[in-house]
Design a protein around this ligand. Sequence first.
Ligand SMILES: Cc1cc2nc3c(=O)[nH]c(=O)nc-3n(C[C@H](O)[C@H](O)[C@H](O)COP(=O)(O)OP(=O)(O)OC[C@H]3O[C@@H](n4cnc5c(N)ncnc54)[C@H](O)[C@@H]3O)c2cc1C
Length: 456
Amino acid sequence: MPVELYDVVVIGAGVAGLTSSLKLAEEGLRIAIVERRPFIKIGERACGDAVGLHHFREIGLEPPSYVVKHKYRGVVLVSPSGRHRIIVPGEGIGVDSVKFAQWLLEECIRRGVELLHNHHLESVKVSGGVLERAIVRDLTSGSRKELTAKAYVDASGAIPALRTKLPSEWPISERPRVTDYNAAFREIVELNEPPEDPDHAVIYFNNDIAPGGYWWVFPTSGGREVNLGLGVVMGKGLNPRKNYESFVKPLFKGRTIHSAGGLVPTRRPLPTLVWRNVIVVGDAAYTVNPIHGGGRGSSMLAASIAARNLAEAINGGVSEESLWKINIDYMKAYGAKQAGLDVLRMYLQLMKNDELEFIFEKKVISGDQVYDLGVKGRLSEEVLNSIKRLLSLIAKPSLLNKLRLVKSYMDRAEKLYLEHYPKSPREVFKWIEVVDELYNEYSELMGYALGPRVSW
Ligand SMILES: Cc1cc2nc3c(=O)[nH]c(=O)nc-3n(C[C@H](O)[C@H](O)[C@H](O)COP(=O)(O)OP(=O)(O)OC[C@H]3O[C@@H](n4cnc5c(N)ncnc54)[C@H](O)[C@@H]3O)c2cc1C
């Protein structure tokens, strides 16, 4: 079998793999991307395609105008009855998934990145305590290649292809619980009439229609085209497509342009994004926002952080010690917030429609506070006080007690990922135990059934 030598082999040409490759190539490294899709299908995936503009600014990436299909002024959250709305400010864009990926890919290729499209990562060889080679199969010819590199990036998405092939004692091979995922289905539809609110991405909460998730209408073109979808918590025997077709599709008249489904890891990040000479980014590292399921922005963020630190470490020897700063930087920039929001996510998934309706109807939380919660990941004292005020008028003590509990666990989770995140890899095993204890204790107190670990 032919053997190639690269600085870094990246598995997956999604937004995480392409951003990692681009940033690494900018540092002058020799990169290969392995992608099982053919070239023209790169970027074609199930997504709502809405991304907050701040994500691009944070990593200094400016997508060209032909990639941007739509501009949002914010997000509207709608109560289960449909009667109450919260407007969350914040500029966002709707991207053309394929054009966006193809643009990133062109930028990579222009900087010398080699693309092995139609190539599937089949197996790996671990030797001397490191990942020594990746064995990939050419899906057109059936032939195999062995790729060797100083470091490997797993950017293979929600069902990770690389890290799940690594020794189980490496903490990056962790398998999450089934309920850590949402299963989602979406269609791009050209409506007969323009959408009701073309300026906002609209999210509908209803735990009967979309248990443990939500359904959405994201205008995508300034015209009549919309991205309609629905997500549900995984592991409860629910089928998002079925719910979409029963409840959402009948509300809209139009022509379906494209349908697709996928998984979203709506949880706290992988305990460590690095081990030995392997780095994990994007959905493979669960960098998604646990509440709204947006993962493109945080994938790009994780990829840039990883690339910056990897480029610095690569010539001095790659190991979890030399790459540890990737974890420190990521947890500080986004991961700690995810840890807090993961606690809130479980609570929201348990909420009944009447409790959700109450929050909306009584204006317990404002759009600015929701924005703040999204950005900082913290439930403010202000929100709790407003609930307390309202609950003194209405007999709902259980809601206040639950929210107090949620807030205290959110704060503790965030602290664990921020202030108490291991300073070195040696401490990570003990830390994982403490984290697991916290989430297990919380889920038991809330009556949240975590379910088994995934089978892949
Ligand atoms: C229905 C739905 C709606 C969503 N809506 C939004 C939204 O509106 N906004 C937002 O920000 N996020 C949204 N997300 C989440 C977002 O799409 C993801 O977080 C993001 O695209 C993850 O990018 P990634 O690069 O990590 O993974 P992916 O895009 O999944 O890329 C992984 C790549 O790896 C390749 N690959 C996998 N296995 C192998 C293998 N063995 N060998 C070679 N290649 C392999 C795959 O073909 C793929 O191209 C949504 C997700 C879903 C499912």
